[in-house]
Design a protein around this ligand. Structure first.
Ligand code: BT5
Length: 275
């Protein structure tokens, strides 16, 4: 960014791109701890927000894991104030994460990237993790909030990012494409894909089946032997991932033929992916 004029032009462009979206507030910030926290705070005043930041000091993944968020990436959160109309079972968080994963993968595919999905929420290109999703709900003063955090590694040198991340093969769009990629384009494509399905689903005309089918088509996890660490109890389960349940749970058939349902967890190995 050379000067403030260019910055202003970029912001005007972003606001124009996002003008038609059903959002009460759009915040574009420089550095924050976590866009999920800013979004949650804004929901005290607004019923729907988008918060985008240039970098995050304390970006997080599931289970308190760290999410590296240097400048050049796209780090943002969508926040919605929820009422209780979704029933006593609450929000189907697993499904929301699946819907969001499909939106991110479709957006990147629309830009020519061969994005695939790894259960529950990783977006992979060439078996490298380029994006992650963190869905959080919170009750504050009887008010339920839903925050969907999305991180996409856009213009970041791959090796530099890899040095900061252990245990996961990371990828960045610029590294994979060999050129800089427009973050505004990635953002507006993701939001377009997301809101199309989101509004259909929320209005009750939803295509839950369609979303699940698309996730399965894009999945790099199904029909493979996987080892999953379940979030509840940290148990390791190995077997063949055979299906995705409507609530986003992964169904695994173990060597003894038993079917296991993993609602929350982490795939730690998947032979064909690691080779
Ligand atoms: C995720 O968690 O993949 C969810 C990441 C969500 C990040 C967004 S950014 C905007 C919003 N604000 C936040 O604070 N968070 C959200 P999980 O499946 O738990 O994966 C975390 C693991 O991914 C870490 O333990 C690392 O191994 C790896 N990792 C960390 N940073 C990464 C990066 N930039 N790219 C790829 N992998 C990364």
């Amino acid at each position: 960014m050379k000067g403030s004029l260019e910055l202003e032009e970029t912001l005007v462009y972003i606001y124009k791109e996002l003008a038609g979206l059903p959002l009460e507030e759009i915040l574009i910030l420089s550095e924050v701890d976590s866009t999920n926290d800013i979004a949650r705070g804004r929901l005290e005043l607004k019923s729907s927000v988008l918060v985008v930041a240039e970098s995050q000091r304390a970006g997080r993944g599931r289970g308190g894991r760290r999410w590296e968020s240097p400048r050049g990436g796209l780090w943002f959160s969508l926040g919605f104030r929820e009422d209780e109309t979704l029933g006593p079972g609450g929000l189907p968080l697993g499904f929301i994460s699946i819907l969001t994963g499909v939106a991110v993968a479709e957006a990147l595919r629309g830009m020519g990237f061969k994005a695939r999905l790894k259960w529950p929420n990783d977006v992979l290109i060439d078996d490298k993790k380029v994006a992650g999703i963190l869905v959080e709900v919170d009750l504050q003063g009887g008010q339920k909030t839903l925050v969907i955090g999305i991180g996409v590694n856009v213009n970041i040198p791959e090796e530099e990012l890899q040095k900061r991340v252990e245990g996961t093969r990371v990828g960045t769009l610029s590294g994979l494409a060999g050129r800089q990629i427009s973050r505004v384009e990635v953002l507006s494509r993701i939001l377009e894909e997301f809101f199309r399905e989101w509004e259909l689903w929320r209005s009750g005309r939803g295509r839950r089946e369609g979303i699940l089918r698309r996730w399965k088509e894009l999945s790099s996890t199904l029909n493979r032997e996987v080892t999953v660490i379940s979030a509840s109890g940290g148990e390791e389960i190995t077997g063949v991932a055979i299906d995705l349940a409507p609530d986003g749970a992964l169904l695994i058939r173990g060597p003894d033929g038993r079917l296991r349902r993993i609602i929350e967890g982490h795939v730690i190995s998947c032979p064909e992916l690691n080779s």
